[in-house]
Design a binder for this molecule. Structure first.
Ligand code: FAD
Length: 470
C-alpha cells in the first residue's frame, strides 16, 4: 500500500478541505495520500451536508411551487403529491455521483486513497485501521489534519436519529412529520426546517438567542424572518429547551424563557437538534504528538496552517473560522501551496455566506452592525426586488439588495442579497470586494436586462447617486 513509501503529503480526512488539498498537492507534483474513514469521499459536505440538503431544498421547492404557484402561471393539473422515497432516491443519486466523481479525480491526479481511520503515531506517521479490517502505516514528510466537524448535541438530549435527529437524520426521514421542532435557528436548522415545511410539516424553531442567524445583517435578517413567517414557519426566540421526554409516541419538550420564568411544553413528532457543530478529532491521537487545541477543541494553526508540531498542519472545520465547505477548500489549497514552497492566501473577510432557503440570503463582507462598530463612516444603497423587472416577470419578487460603502471613498464594505439565486448573485459582489472596487464601479458596469443582477447595480447606484427604477 501507500504506507511502504514516504509521501510528501499525507492528509487525514477526505472532505472539501482534505480532498481539495490532496488534488492540489498532486497537481503541484507532491506525492500525496488521503486517508478517509467514511468509505466515500467528500466529507460532511457531500455525504450529509451541502449536497443532500440542496437536493432536498430543490425537490421540496418544486413541490411547493407546483402546489402554490403553478396555477397563477396558468399551469394546471388535477393533483400533486409527494413521493418521498423517490425524492430521497434523487438526493442519494446526486450524492453518490459526486462522491464517486472525487474518486475519479483522485485517480486522474494520482492521489493514493486509503480507506480507514487514521491515528497520528508520530509527526510523520499515521497508523490506519482500514475499513477491510487491516492496519497500515502511512508515512509523510508533511501531515495535514482535515478531520472536519461533527454534530453538537445539547446537554440532556440524546440524538437517536429517529425521533430526535441531527441534520443527518433530518436528511433521511422516512415519513413527513406532522410536527417538526427545530432547536437552533442557524442556517442548517432553517434550511432543513424549510424542506419539511414545504412538504407539509408544521415547523417551530426554538432559539435561545434573540435573533435567527446571528451573523446576518440585522435589517436583512428582519426581512428574512418575516419571509419565513409568511411561509408559516413559527419562531420561539429567547427560549431554552430544559427537558425532553421521548417516552410517548412523539417527543414532549419543556421550554423556558432564556432569562428564566414559567415553563411551557411543546409537542413534536420529530425534533431536529441544529445547535452547531464541534471540531472532530476523536481517536486522532493529537495528545500523542502534542498538537495544541483551543477550549472547544479546534486545532490552533498559524497563518500558514502549521500547528505547533513541525510538519503537521490543519485546515477546514477542525480549525477556527467559518465552518463552510468553500472556506475549507480555500484553506486546503493555500496550505499545500505553502508546503510546496509557494505563497498561499485566504482572505477570511471575503468568504461569502449563503442560506439556501427561498428566496436565498447571501452576503459577503461586513454587515452594517460591523461597519458601525468599526466607527467607519458609510453609506447604504438599497434596492427592493419588487422594483426589479425580471423578479416581477417571474412573479418571485420578495427580497432586496443592500450595498454598504465607505462614505469617503465609496469603497464597497459589504453586500447583502435576499433574492432567488442570491447564492449565485453574490459572487459579483465578492469579486468587486476582492478588487477593492467602489460601488460606482459596479454601478457603471453594463448589466444585462432583464436580470436580477440589475438589482445589485441599482443598489450600488443608490449608495452615491439615485437608482433609476425606484
Ligand atoms: P468534513 O467535510 O467534515 O470532512 C472531514 C472528513 O474527515 C470526514 O469525511 C470524516 O469521515 C473524515 N475523518 C475524520 N476523522 C478521521 C480520521 N481520524 N481518519 C480518517 N478520516 C477521518 N457548507 C457550505 O459551504 N455550504 C452549504 O450549503 C453547507 N450546507 C451544510 C448542510 C449541513 C446539513 C451540514 C451538516 C453542513 C453544511 N455545510 C455547508 C458545512 C460543510 O459541510 C463543512 O463546512 C465542510 O464539510 C467542512 O469540510 P472539512 O473538509 O473541513 O470537513
Amino acid at each position: 500500500t501507500s504506507g511502504s513509501e514516504e509521501n510528501d503529503v499525507v492528509i487525514i480526512g477526505g472532505g472539501p478541505g482534505g480532498y481539495v488539498a490532496a488534488i492540489k498537492a498532486a497537481q503541484l507534483g507532491l506525492k500525496t495520500t488521503c486517508i478517509e474513514k467514511r468509505g466515500t469521499l467528500g466529507g460532511t459536505c457531500l455525504n450529509v451536508g451541502c449536497i443532500p440538503s440542496k437536493a432536498l431544498l430543490h425537490s421540496s421547492h418544486m413541490f411547493h411551487e407546483a402546489q402554490h404557484s403553478f396555477a397563477s402561471h396558468g399551469v394546471k393539473f388535477s393533483s400533486v403529491e409527494v413521493d418521498l422515497p423517490a425524492m430521497m432516491a434523487q438526493k442519494d443519486k446526486a450524492v453518490s455521483t459526486l462522491t464517486r466523481g472525487i474518486e475519479g479525480l483522485f485517480k486522474k491526479n494520482k492521489v493514493s486513497y486509503v480507506k480507514g481511520y487514521g491515528k497520528l503515531v508520530s509527526p510523520s506517521e499515521v497508523s490506519v485501521d482500514t475499513i477491510d479490517g487491516g492496519t497500515t502505516v502511512v508515512k509523510g514528510k508533511n501531515i495535514i489534519i482535515a478531520t472536519g466537524s461533527d454534530v453538537k448535541s445539547l446537554p440532556g438530549i440524546t440524538i437517536d436519529e429517529e425521533k430526535i435527529v441531527s441534520s443527518t437524520g433530518a436528511l433521511a426521514l422516512k415519513k413527513i412529520p406532522k410536527k417538526l421542532v427545530v432547536i437552533g435557528a442557524g442556517y442548517i436548522g432553517l434550511e432543513m426546517g424549510s424542506v419539511w415545511r414545504r412538504l407539509g410539516s408544521e415547523v417551530t424553531v426554538v432559539e435561545f438567542a434573540p435573533d435567527i442567524v446571528p451573523s446576518m445583517d440585522g435589517e436583512v435578517r428582519k426581512q428574512f424572518q418575516r419571509m419565513l413567517e409568511k411561509q408559516k414557519m413559527k419562531f420561539m426566540l429567547k427560549t431554552k429547551v430544559v427537558g425532553v421526554d421521548t417516552s410517548g409516541d412523539g417527543v414532549k419538550l419543556t421550554l423556558e424563557p432564556a432569562s428564566g420564568g414559567d415553563q411551557t411544553t411543546l409537542e413534536a413528532d420529530v425534533v431536529l437538534v441544529s445547535a452547531g457543530r464541534n471540531p472532530f478529532t476523536a481517536g486522532l491521537g493529537l495528545d500523542k504528538i502534542g498538537v495544541e487545541t483551543d477550549k472547544v477543541g479546534r486545532i490552533l494553526v498559524n497563518e500558514r496552517f502549521a500547528t505547533n508540531v513541525s510538519g503537521v498542519y490543519a485546515i477546514g472545520d477542525v480549525i477556527p473560522g467559518p465552518m463552510l465547505a468553500h472556506k475549507a477548500e480555500e484553506d486546503g489549497v493555500a496550505c499545500v501551496e505553502f508546503i510546496a514552497g509557494k505563497h498561499g492566501h485566504v482572505d477570511y473577510d471575503k468568504v461569502p455566506g449563503v442560506v439556501y432557503t427561498h428566496p436565498e440570503v447571501a452576503s459577503v463582507g461586513k454587515t452594517e452592525e460591523q461597519v458601525k462598530a468599526l466607527g467607519v463612516e458609510y453609506r447604504v444603497g438599497k434596492f427592493p426586488l419588487l422594483a426589479n423587472s425580471r423578479a416581477k416577470a417571474i412573479d418571485d419578487a420578495e427580497g432586496l439588495v443592500k450595498v454598504i460603502a465607505e462614505k469617503e471613498t465609496d469603497k464597497i464594505l459589504g453586500v447583502h442579497i435576499m433574492a432567488p439565486n442570491a447564492g449565485e448573485l453574490i459572487h459579483e459582489a465578492a469579486l468587486a470586494l476582492a478588487y477593492g472596487a467602489a460601488s460606482e464601479d459596479i454601478a457603471r458596469v453594463c448589466h444585462a436586462h432583464p436580470t436580477m443582477s440589475e438589482a445589485l447595480k441599482e443598489a450600488a447606484m443608490a449608495t452615491h447617486d439615485k437608482p433609476i427604477h425606484i
